[in-house]
Design a protein around this ligand. Structure first.
Ligand SMILES: [Zn+2]
Length: 343
């Protein structure tokens, strides 16, 4: 007999799919609730936690999570799957970039959160402690907010706990992506997070990191483009999750692991200093040389105010597509290019 899983007011029923809402924060006149599905087998087995929609316009991961919650049948599982398809519903409703519009905090780096801080930290605290830590493995789905375009890749937390790190890397290998980024905390990284924002270029403060350092193997998928809903990137999330469930033994069948994965390391956020029009000269997926021009900032007479060049030999994983460029940094424009070294 398996015991049911309780998250807030939502309690699983072994042998059934349960769909509900988890109340995570109160406002003066309304409540913030996260949609949640728990699909639990009558047969014992591991529990997979899937969290999407932390950035409100990263639709590929959100839709993949909804499809998974709809498609899974408890009778076909051993164990359970807990799915949160939308972790930042206020941003989704408002079609809002990166942050929660209530407190302007980016939830991406807000973990482990706090019950005594602003709403994003309250929600982060509940997602980590009441949901993620109830799992045996965590998959976090992201994928380019509507100003970002990127090469699909998975983050792999490198915590120093060899067994956890190996299991996190195996989860990442279940996704059909060519690149894995070895994610380190700020104390072990040369990467510098943008001052004045809660954007995390290092692993600290992310859900996958805070889960892995607490003993839950985890990976985060990045697949998507400019807030568009494209079958190709939805499939990266969805097919990867099905494969993860086979890998964990929650679904029967043999997992297929991606071969020939390339390792990305030492991410660098390249930003501008002048405000104006951002005119990019390279796209995502391109290799660049140290000193190479990546883009320019123009004024409204078309004069070049600033030339942005690459600080390293590297690979452009992600690029911002807004022409409007604030003077660095802002919460909604923490960088212009996300460049890494390739091992
Ligand atoms: Zn994101």
């Amino acid at each position: 007999m398996v015991s049911s899983i309780k998250i807030g007011e939502v309690t699983s029923v072994p042998g059934k799919s349960v769909h509900g809402k988890y109340r995570v924060a109160e406002r003066a006149a309304s409540t913030i609730e996260l949609p949640i599905s728990i699909i639990q087998s009558r047969k014992p087995g591991p529990t997979l936690v899937v969290v999407a929609g932390e950035h409100g316009c990263e639709y590929s991961g959100i839709v993949a999570a909804v499809k998974l919650a709809r498609d899974l049948k408890a009778s076909e599982l051993s164990g359970a799957v807990i799915i949160v398809p939308l972790a930042n519903p206020t941003a989704f409703d408002a079609r809002y970039l990166f942050v929660n519009p209530i407190d302007q905090v980016n939830p991406y780096g807000a973990y482990p959160g706090s019950p005594g801080a602003t709403v994003t930290f309250q929600i982060a605290h509940k997602i980590l402690h009441e949901i993620a830590l109830k799992g045996d493995a965590l998959v976090h789905l992201h994928g380019a907010d509507y100003n970002e375009a990127l090469v699909p890749f998975n983050y792999v937390p490198i915590t120093g706990r060899k067994d956890i790190d190996r299991r996190s890397s195996e989860l990442a290998s279940c996704f059909p992506v060519l690149y894995h980024l070895n994610a380190l905390p700020a104390s072990k990284s040369t990467s510098v997070p943008p001052v004045g924002t809660t954007y995390a270029v290092t692993a600290d403060g992310t859900l996958y990191w805070e889960s892995a350092t607490r003993g839950i193997p985890a990976t985060m998928v990045e697949a998507g483009k400019e807030g568009k809903l494209e079958e190709e990137t939805v499939s990266i999330h969805y097919d990867g999750l099905i494969n993860v469930m086979k890998h964990l033994g929650i679904l029967s069948g043999k997992a297929e692991y991606k071969k020939g994965v390339k390792i990305l390391k030492n991410p660098v956020l390249v930003a501008n200093r002048s405000a104006g029009l951002f005119i990019p000269k390279v796209g995502y997926g391109e290799s660049v040389k140290k000193g190479q021009t990546l883009g320019e900032i123009w004024n409204f007479e078309g004069e070049v105010l600033e030339t942005i060049s690459s600080p390293i030999d590297g690979f452009v994983v992600c690029r911002i597509n807004f022409v409007a460029a604030d003077s660095y940094p802002t919460q909604t424009q923490p960088y212009l290019f996300y460049i890494t070294q390739v091992e």
